[in-house]
Design a protein around this ligand. Structure first.
Ligand code: HMG
Ligand code: MG
Length: 297
């Protein structure tokens, strides 16, 4: 079996993780959390989102968070934006890396960003080319890439078409989201085989509701994927996806990759510091088995 030599981990805890918390985490805690993540060696960190504060109040003040973090050289600090208003906020705040998001399910797309899939792409067209011309990095997300909480299983070809469209709009990479964490390895294999894109531009984003995320990631690695999204301590969820639990934990991904001899930039002792920091603030127990074991719990 040939696995990639190195894997890029995209840490989404400060965004996907904290957006799903009942309580709003204050700016100073979010800043310290992100600083601990970058100190742990993570090179790609999604720091927040510029979305409607009526829709996702947990992500309010993402501008202050972005301004306050210590920008470590060589680290990509990104912000999620759904529309041109979010993009303009990104420019105002000198953000250098953005992530847009749509879905492979019409129902979910409406519930999440209040537009159809076609309208979402039309919206992205109004700012992605300009963002690229200004030198920003642009990631595209496709939610419900395998299963939708409203429409059930999603056909791979629908996702393939969207991947092509997002790349042709100028996205540097596309992340395929198992938003409700219901996918299993055979479905992952079927989605990834014959994907009409260079594999180094495809990321996988698994939530871990049914405990399948690590098996799914192993399958994705076998298929040649080398970009994995995760959330420290297994934080996460999506407010518009009933049943979605946390993202796969960064500690679990680290442990899998280390066992496969795949290099990452993560320093596990420091990662645990970030993990314990946020769990202590939130008064939550980690959902990551690897984190429990590595912490000696
Ligand atoms: P809308 O209500 O149709 O938008 O929402 P609107 O244009 O009518 O504006 C409504 C209000 O929102 C206005 O404010 C706008 O100014 C404001 P008001 O006048 O009422 O005070 N607004 C904004 N404010 C800040 N930033 C913006 C922005 N745009 C409008 N960018 C909208 C449409 C897209 C805004 C809304 O649906 C929204 O914010 N949705 C975000 C939902 C979200 O963040 N979901 C979670 C992230 S996606 C996810 O978790 C999945 C992922 O992890 C992958 C996976 O797991 O599958 C990425
Ligand atoms: Mg997600």
């Amino acid at each position: 079996m040939i696995f990639p030599k190195t894997v890029k981990i995209v840490e989404v805890g400060p965004r996907d993780g904290l957006q799903a918390e009942v309580q709003n985490v204050p700016v100073d805690i979010r800043i310290q959390f992100i600083n601990l993540l970058s100190e742990a060696g993570l090179k790609f960190i999604e720091t927040g989102s510029f979305v409607s504060p009526h829709w996702v109040p947990q992500m309010k003040e993402s501008d202050k968070v972005y301004q306050g973090i210590t920008k470590k050289e060589g680290v990509d600090y990104s912000i999620l934006v759904p529309n041109v208003q979010g993009y303009e906020l990104a420019l105002t705040n000198n953000v250098t890396s953005i992530a847009v998001f749509t879905a492979a399910s019409e129902t979910f797309c409406h519930k999440n960003i209040n537009v159809s899939i076609a309208e979402s792409l039309q919206n992205f067209k109004t700012f992605i080319p300009q963002a690229k011309a200004k030198g920003l990095r642009v990631r595209g997300y496709i939610s419900c890439a395998i299963v939708c909480p409203y429409e059930g299983p999603i056909a791979p070809h629908a996702v393939h078409e969207l991947v092509k469209k997002l790349l042709s709009l100028g996205c540097d990479e596309v992340s395929l989201g198992d938003t409700i964490g219901a996918a299993t390895p055979l479905q992952v294999k079927n989605l990834l085989k014959n994907i009409p894109a260079p594999l180094h531009k495809i990321a996988v984003h698994f939530h871990d509701t049914y405990g399948q995320a690590i098996a799914n990631i192993y399958t994705a690695l076998e298929q040649g994927i080398s970009i994995i999204d995760s959330s420290v301590s297994g934080l996460g969820g999506c407010p518009y996806a009933p049943g979605a639990s946390g993202n796969v934990a960064t500690e679990d991904v680290f442990y899998l990759l280390r066992g496969l001899g795949i290099r990452t930039d993560v320093q596990i002792e420091k990662l645990l510091k970030a993990s314990i920091y946020i769990d202590t603030y939130l008064k939550r127990q980690t959902t990551s088995k690897a984190s429990c074991a590595l912490r000696g719990l």
